[in-house]
Design a binder for this molecule. Structure first.
Ligand SMILES: Cc1cc2nc3c(=O)[nH]c(=O)nc-3n(C[C@H](O)[C@H](O)[C@H](O)COP(=O)(O)OP(=O)(O)OC[C@H]3O[C@@H](n4cnc5c(N)ncnc54)[C@H](O)[C@@H]3O)c2cc1C
Length: 371
């Protein structure tokens, strides 16, 4: 920390009150800022983040623009009632529409190359097929689309095709949103970790000792929220992803799900495979906010690529990374007011590409109504 007193000019610039301070510059936080500033152009909106760029999940995810596979919906049926599941599908579907309309398909490299859930176990496949009608009805109720899921075969596997699922480039998604926010006049402070949220005063304390005051605060730190707000119970979940070097005769060009969404893979560029997931293999160790590689999970994914996907011999990993998700017990995110001056949005439960902007918009409306 640089130890310097404030100048007269700096005081005028930095000590004044902001109308809204958003903590967290991921997709959710930047969406709150975007929609709030869009409808209050005269107000001062600030986004603070601890990272040099957003460093959580928004630039580290797999870029699936999805609303759930059949086995994912089946797993949800065990923990939630049907109306809640339908509502979440509706939010994911609408959230993706909003994201695409706001940012533009070309800017975020949105495409629909064909989506499938694949199966290696006939019994599980049969069970999933028995749920096709229910899932198709849910999609119809949630989004007015028909015959979304259909029995098929893909690359020699029993499969369920998924209409309307797509993928995008998460880095370009975040860059486009950032550029739009700069144009609107949203201010940013990067590399500014927040150490304390003073929710009743509407102020935040940065680790460097600076206090920033806001008329309203929006906390959008997802998996890291419980560190700042102990009462908000969000369970972190680390996710691991790798991308291969180009693979000759590459045949996995679409977007794919396996085992209730715990495994996911997709084509990147013309001939590279992105593969991730398998958190369920070591769930306790992966319940962490620390980035890093779990060798057990990585080795398992490498075997999956060899033994199940049968990538040709000699394929190599080009790059691997981790990102941190935030989970609620039911998978339904939290959006709520925690004081007269503060709201929190968290727990996007691994669905934030679809839900982040929609929730951000809803949060901005909550701030607007109550500000
Ligand atoms: C490996 C992986 C794959 C995924 N794949 C998909 C997918 O294919 N499709 C999909 O829909 N979703 C996917 N997700 C989930 C999705 O990426 C997230 O749900 C979404 O990005 C959450 O956005 P967010 O803005 O709420 O949180 P984040 O992007 O995590 O943003 C939170 C921000 O808060 C900041 N922050 C935290 N603590 C502090 C502090 N003390 N002070 C200041 N700033 C702070 C962080 O630096 C971060 O920038 C995936 C996630 C992971 C990890």
């Amino acid at each position: 920390m640089i130890n310097a007193e404030r100048s007269f000019w700096e005081s005028e610039l930095y000590d004044g009150e902001f109308d809204l301070i958003v903590i967290g510059a991921g997709l959710t936080g930047q969406s709150i800022a975007h929609f709030y500033k869009g409808s209050h152009p005269e107000e001062k909106v600030l986004v603070v983040d601890r990272g040099f760029f957003p460093i959580g999940a928004s630039t580290r995810n797999a870029g699936f623009a999805c609303f759930g596979s059949v086995t994912e919906h089946m797993a949800d049926m065990k923990i939630e009632e049907e109306p809640k599941i339908i509502d979440r599908i509706r939010r994911r579907f609408n959230g993706l529409k909003l994201l695409r309309n706001t940012l533009g398909d070309k800017n975020i490299e949105y495409r629909e190359p064909g989506a499938y859930e694949i199966f290696t176990d006939q019994k599980v496949y049969k069970e999933a097929l028995a749920h096709l009608d229910t899932c198709n009805r849910w999609l119809n109720e949630a989004a007015g689309v028909n015959d979304v899921y259909g029995a098929t075969e893909h690359n020699g596997f029993p499969a369920i095709s998924i209409k309307h699922e797509g993928c995008l480039h998460p880095g370009k998604m975040m860059r486009t949103l950032y550029e739009k926010n700069l144009k609107l006049g949203v201010e940013f402070r990067w590399q500014s970790p927040v150490s304390e949220i003073r929710q009743n005063e509407g102020s935040i304390l940065l680790e460097n000792g600076i206090e920033l005051k806001g008329r309203q605060l929006a906390v959008a730190t997802n998996s890291f929220t419980s560190k700042l707000l102990g009462d908000i119970k969000i369970k972190p979940g680390r996710g691991f992803v790798l991308v291969t070097k180009p693979i000759p005769d590459f045949k996995w060009k679409g977007t794919y799900h396996y085992d209730a969404g715990y495994y996911y893979f997709r084509g990147v560029g013309n001939d590279q495979l992105l593969l991730g997931g398998a958190r369920s293999l070591d769930i306790d160790v992966e319940t962490t906010t620390e980035f890093g590689t779990n060798e057990k999970i990585k080795n398992h994914l490498l075997s999956f690529a060899n033994d199940v996907l049968k990538l040709p011999q000699g394929w190599e990993v080009e790059i691997e990374w981790s990102g941190i998700m935030g989970f609620t017990p039911t998978k339904s995110p939290i959006l709520k007011r925690i004081s007269d001056k503060a709201i929190v949005v968290a727990g996007l439960s691994g669905m934030g590409v679809a839900l982040g902007m929609q929730l951000g918009k809803e949060a901005s409306e909550l701030l607007r109504v109550e500000s």
